[in-house]
Design a protein around this ligand. Structure first.
Ligand SMILES: CC(C)(COP(=O)(O)OP(=O)(O)OC[C@H]1O[C@@H](n2cnc3c(N)ncnc32)[C@H](O)[C@@H]1OP(=O)(O)O)[C@@H](O)C(=O)NCCC(=O)NCCS
Length: 197
């Protein structure tokens, strides 16, 4: 059991039971969790994890009811207790992350803005919560922020500190900047040994 779970146990026993269930389910699939936490503030919320992942430093946050977070097979999530990956689904949304993804430390995923923005003329909510989809073999660079309604096709790289908030149509691209835009096309992610000069 990791330190963050021990600390939280002191205050909230239900939390540790949910974390333990996730750890057991993950270990059956040869997925390793380290320094991960779950805050479940609602009902009928689910987290599902694929096989053979290495999931470090993820803070799962489920706000309200009927939220779903899924991470596919072979994920490499490189957060830590000090530099977490925040995966937050709220108000009946989902975050679906494909297979073979690489997620760097200090990245954030939010399907909700938490506060509504209301049109004063019509009373309409202008910023409804919306689900996030991340394709297979995507790489989310450090400190990137992925906002509601984001849909990244397979083989998308998101540059460090970028902010993405919409559906991108083309697979095999680098998206970078704030707001995130395509800066390169026709790419795929190599392994660590491909990064030499
Ligand atoms: C996305 C990234 C991999 C692209 O690297 P690259 O292929 O060498 O791309 P370049 O540096 O040639 O940049 C291409 C263009 O995108 C822009 N760009 C690249 N990364 C950017 C970023 N994070 N934010 C804003 N713009 C960026 C460049 O300024 C350049 O723009 P230009 O064509 O107008 O000059 C790299 O910039 C990056 O963000 N790396 C961080 C990786 C990371 O988080 N690793 C953690 C370990 S998991």
């Amino acid at each position: 059991m990791n330190i963050s779970i021990l600390i939280y146990n002191l205050f909230h026993n239900r939390f540790s039971i949910q974390m333990l269930k996730l750890e057991i389910a993950a270990s059956k699939k040869k997925t390793k969790l380290k320094d991960c936490t779950i805050v479940n503030a609602g009902k009928s919320n689910t987290i599902s994890l694929g096989e053979k992942g290495i999931l470090n430093g993820i803070r799962f946050f489920l706000l309200g009811d009927n939220n779903h977070i899924a991470i596919g097979d072979n994920a490499l999530c490189r957060g830590s207790y000090q530099q977490p990956i925040c995966i937050n689904a709220g108000y009946g949304t989902s975050i679906t992350i494909g297979d073979d993804v690489l997620i760097a430390n200090n990245t954030e995923f939010h399907t909700t803005d938490y506060h509504g923005i209301i049109d004063t003329q019509t009373g309409e909510v202008l910023n409804p919560s919306n689900s996030i989809v991340i394709g297979n073999r995507c790489w989310i660079g450090l400190r990137a922020v992925v906002l509601k309604g984001t849909n990244l096709p397979d083989d998308t790289v998101v540059g460090a500190c970028s902010v993405v908030n919409k559906e991108f149509p083309n697979s095999g691209t680098i998206i970078a900047g704030n707001p995130g835009r395509e800066v390169r096309t026709g790419i795929k992610v190599g392994d660590l040994t491909n990064n030499k000069q």
